[in-house]
Structure formats: C-alpha cells, structure tokens
Design a protein around this ligand. Sequence first.
Ligand SMILES: Cc1cc2nc3c(=O)[nH]c(=O)nc-3n(C[C@H](O)[C@H](O)[C@H](O)COP(=O)(O)O)c2cc1C
Length: 222
Amino acid sequence: MNRSTLANKVQRDVSSLRENYTKGGLLEEELPDHPIKLFKEWFDEAVQSGTHEPNAMALATTDADGHANVRYVLMKGIKENSIQFYTNYESDKGKELSVNPYASVVFWWPELERQVRIRGSVEKMSEEKSSAYFKSRPRGSQIGAWASDQSRLAHGREELEERFKNEEEKYGVEEIPKPPFWGGYEIHIEQVEFWQGRPGRLHDRVQFARHESKWEKKRLQP
Ligand SMILES: Cc1cc2nc3c(=O)[nH]c(=O)nc-3n(C[C@H](O)[C@H](O)[C@H](O)COP(=O)(O)O)c2cc1C
C-alpha cells in the first residue's frame, strides 16, 4: 500500500471510529457541596478501574503571545483546594507559568467513560515541600532531574546518557539534593467540570465554580 492510499484508509477509519457511552450517569442529587469530594471519589474509582496512569493529566499553559501549549504531567497530590505536580522550573511549561501563572488540566479515564477538567491559578511550592517530595523519588529519577535541561535542545541520545552517567558518578552513594531548578506547582482550583459519557451523545456535564469561598454548580449542555 503506498503512502497516500494508507493515509486515505486511516482517514476513513478515523471518521468511522465511535463509541456509545453507557457506563454511568451524574445527577444533581449525587453532587456534594465541594467538588474535591467528588473528584476524590472519581479518582479512587479510576485507580480501581485499573486504568494506566490514572493520575496522568494533560496540562495546558500559554506563552507570552497567548499561544496554548499542552503536555501530560502526573498529579502528585490532592488537597482541599489544590492539586499538585512536579517539573523543571526552566522547562517550557515553567517559563510559560512564570509569564501566565494560570493552567487548565484534563483527565480522561476511558474505563469509566469520564473526563474531569480543572482550571486555576498556579503557584510554586515551597522549597521544603519540593525537597521532601524529591527525597521520596527513585534514585534514577533524582539523577534524571539533574541530567536533563528539560525542553532545551539535545545533541543526540548519547549526550543525554553521558550526562546521566556523569551525575551518577558525581554523587556516588551520597544523598542527591533537589536541583534548585526543579520543584512542585500547586494549581489552586477555581473551576472543575465533571463529564460522564451517556448514550446518544447526551452526556452529563456538571461544572463547579468557586466564588470566594462558595462553590456554585451548574449543568452544562453536552
Ligand atoms: C504520562 C506522562 C506523564 C508525565 N509526567 C510528567 C511530570 O510529572 N513532570 C514533567 O515535567 N514531565 C512529565 N511528562 C513529560 C511531559 O509531557 C513533557 O514532555 C515535558 O515535561 C516537557 O514539557 P514542556 O517542554 O512543555 O515543558 C510526562 C509525560 C507523560 C506521557
């Protein structure tokens, strides 16, 4: 099959891909006052569903020109009004968050036919909290954090492996400190949308929005 025939076949197949969602519903009487309660329930169910990386979330930020950028990161903490993730502060996402400290994340749990979107302002975690988490990471990940200038140009795979080896040798059996350019971010939750797939594309969508300390809920059309 030549490349253009294959491209046409893929195009045809993509347009005919569709699922009917039948696994659940989300009704007003099931909603708690605080969205984090429902988020924790849904997250626990996602873990139990056996989905791969249930804490993976697509994180959208914007650059200085207002252009969007999205990539996956792992949620590493849930608090009453925030969720957390860790990264390199000098990466593209880190630079974007320093220009516009606001983010949107989305989780997709296919086994449950559920999506959750969260938006809010973003703040760096304290050095103490980031260091405490860094300590709990596997040694290989700690070395990797030192070895990678995340998002900058790499001159081949070999260079990366060389840098990893150098860092490994530098620390030997010593404890590896947290790099100053690496740490956590907290997303202070301002809006959460719960989406449950339903038959006939008549999905349930409930949005919670925070107004000062109160949460308002509304149903949105699918
Ligand atoms: C499932 C998954 C989880 C990831 N988790 C993280 C993470 O927690 N932190 C991180 O910095 N990058 C993580 N990455 C890599 C990012 O998607 C991305 O490639 C990297 O952070 C550079 O992004 P940037 O150049 O936009 O800053 C993950 C990738 C995948 C696919």
